[in-house]
Unconditional design. Structure first.
Length: 215
């Protein structure tokens, strides 16, 4: 049966827009794959260590020469690589914090991008479909005043597609702060429409991926 790697990174728990949409995707995915496997990482609840000298240097050294510190750090990187390689699809919740991704998600990327294995000429998870829910409190789409401030989808496309070779698609619920920010009160209708579209897209993509994997 199919395996889904599901990663959430929002700090906002039940109030998170990205978590709500990833939950919609996962619910439909599990309905289509009742006997499947979900590997779940909540990077807010259980953050990974940021890449340090031991972990980075271990990635470029013969494991037989690793120090105990390198061996421990490298074991985590291997485990994360294995989780990615086991996945038939990847689901990532990536809210915008200060114009880019949460540092916890960046830590996962730094650990899992392993040159010569998950990255390089022949990435081990190349072609795996990846759905990224890139939520943001305001509007950063093409033609908006803050278009140039958007470093979530632009960065993740390079990291997930360019480095890991994943087949990436973004679902982007925007204006998520409209109901809590009085200055955005006139944008509530647009925000609700964006959220509804995101949930609809998440459901349809989960069904489509399930059908593709079953074929």
């Amino acid at each position: 049966m199919a395996t889904l790697l599901h990663i959430d990174s929002s700090l906002n728990g039940d109030n998170s827009a990205s978590r709500a949409v990833t939950a919609t995707f996962r619910k439909e995915w599990e309905a289509q794959h009742p006997g499947g496997t979900v590997i779940y990482r909540d990077l807010a609840a259980e953050p990974l260590p940021h890449l340090d000298t031991a972990a980075a240097s271990a990635g470029f050294a013969d494991p037989a020469t690793h120090t105990p510190e390198q061996a421990e750090a490298f074991a985590l990187r291997v485990k994360l690589a294995e989780e990615l390689e086991q996945a038939d699809a990847v689901l990532i919740g990536a809210p915008m914090y200060n114009f880019t991704i949460p540092s916890t998600l960046k830590a996962w990327l730094d650990q899992v991008i392993l040159m010569g294995r998950t990255s390089g000429e022949n990435p081990s998870a190349k072609g795996t479909p990846a759905i990224v829910v890139a939520s943001r409190g305001g509007g950063y789409g093409p033609g908006t005043p803050r278009e140039s401030f958007e470093f979530v989808t632009t960065y993740l496309d390079k990291a997930l597609n360019g480095a890991l070779g994943l087949d990436v698609e973004f679902i982007v619920p925007e204006l998520t702060l409209a109901r809590v920010n009085p200055a955005m009160a006139d944008l509530v209708e647009l925000a609700d429409a964006s959220a509804a579209k995101a949930h609809e897209t998440a459901t349809s993509r989960a069904k489509e991926l399930a059908a593709r994997l079953a074929a």
